[in-house]
Design a protein around this ligand. Sequence first.
Ligand SMILES: *[C@@H]1O[C@H](CO)[C@@H](O)[C@H](O)[C@H]1NC(C)=O
Ligand SMILES: *[C@@H]1O[C@H](CO)[C@@H](O)[C@H](O)[C@H]1NC(C)=O
Ligand SMILES: *[C@@H]1O[C@H](CO)[C@@H](O)[C@H](O)[C@H]1NC(C)=O
Ligand SMILES: *[C@@H]1O[C@H](CO)[C@@H](O)[C@H](O)[C@H]1NC(C)=O
Length: 311
Amino acid sequence: MELLLKAEKPSNRTTMLFRCTAIVALITQTVVALTPTAHTPDGRLVYAVPSGSRIKQKSTDMLVFAPNGTLIHTFQNVIPKGAGTKPSLDKRQELSSTMASTSFTPSVENLLQSFNTTFVVPPAPATFDSQIIYFSSSVSVLHPTTGVRFGNAKAAIQYGGSWLYGTGPFWTYALLVEIPDGHVLQAITDEKITVEVGQKIESTIFSDAEFNEEAPGLFWYIASLPSVSNTTYLEVGWEVPPSVAALQLEEEGVFQASHYPPGPFVFDHINLNMTHDNPAVSWSTSGDLDTNAAVNVDVDGAKDARVSLVF
Ligand SMILES: *[C@@H]1O[C@H](CO)[C@@H](O)[C@H](O)[C@H]1NC(C)=O
Ligand SMILES: *[C@@H]1O[C@H](CO)[C@@H](O)[C@H](O)[C@H]1NC(C)=O
Ligand SMILES: *[C@@H]1O[C@H](CO)[C@@H](O)[C@H](O)[C@H]1NC(C)=O
Ligand SMILES: *[C@@H]1O[C@H](CO)[C@@H](O)[C@H](O)[C@H]1NC(C)=O
């Protein structure tokens, strides 16, 4: 039996989130297996997990705990152990991707504290042809010796409906944790998940300092969209701290200009904040030749940076 103690002591970083449990017992004996409820266009399996679930690395496994502390699933042997013995997230990533990203060197004394940005939900694309478009901010973890990316936590808005809620020509939001071997965990909630054109979205991925103290050796991060919902979030604990932050466009089934929303799409007020010393951050861009989207760094740096996407 595994026991994690969680004190109800909201800090500045966590007050906007609904923290329910005083003591969470993570009981490994009780296993309620998750089954995929959908799959992404590139064949990855999507699992719906209750909002507030905690996904925890244990060596090469990823364990999924429901908000009440029950272990609901174990993804066994999904985290790469040695050099290149497991496919990385990147290698089987088939969604074309355009992004601005930065890497930094965290230490136990100087972790990523928060990665924030704001953006506005754009008008719908002129043509709906079952395309799927994602705008997201995310943090990723890299294998310490191989540099293989083996997980990320992502806060996103999505056009084309959601894999979990059917498809349609509207914007929804999604909080996701990706793990290797083609698994995507998505928070589900009873709240409405659509967002409105013109709505200002605040996105944050931040370190859960209280949980880090109570479970040393793990680095816990919460992904949430506090301007949309203070009660919907997903939390992940990795054995290495995240060292990459990215702002990304992912798309599937986009073949012409009218499949994109009218641009530009702007990630504004990008703030990458470490617990002690902020690194000299510079955003580098990468695109996909098949994509008719370009990414520009309008304002570089760790504070109040700005990245725009033009289509
Ligand atoms: C990031 O956003 C969260 C939630 O809105 C906020 O509490 C925190 O202060 C922000 N961090 C920075 C560095 O702006
Ligand atoms: C805890 O949550 C899981 C998943 O939602 C559920 O199956 C289980 O019945 C809950 N257990 C208790 C004791 O409430
Ligand atoms: C979430 O909490 C913040 C800070 O208390 C508040 O400004 C914001 O309006 C809340 N968001 C929602 C959707 O209620
Ligand atoms: C990170 O953000 C917090 C809250 O905005 C601030 O108090 C702290 O000084 C920042 N850290 C650094 C290293 O700038």
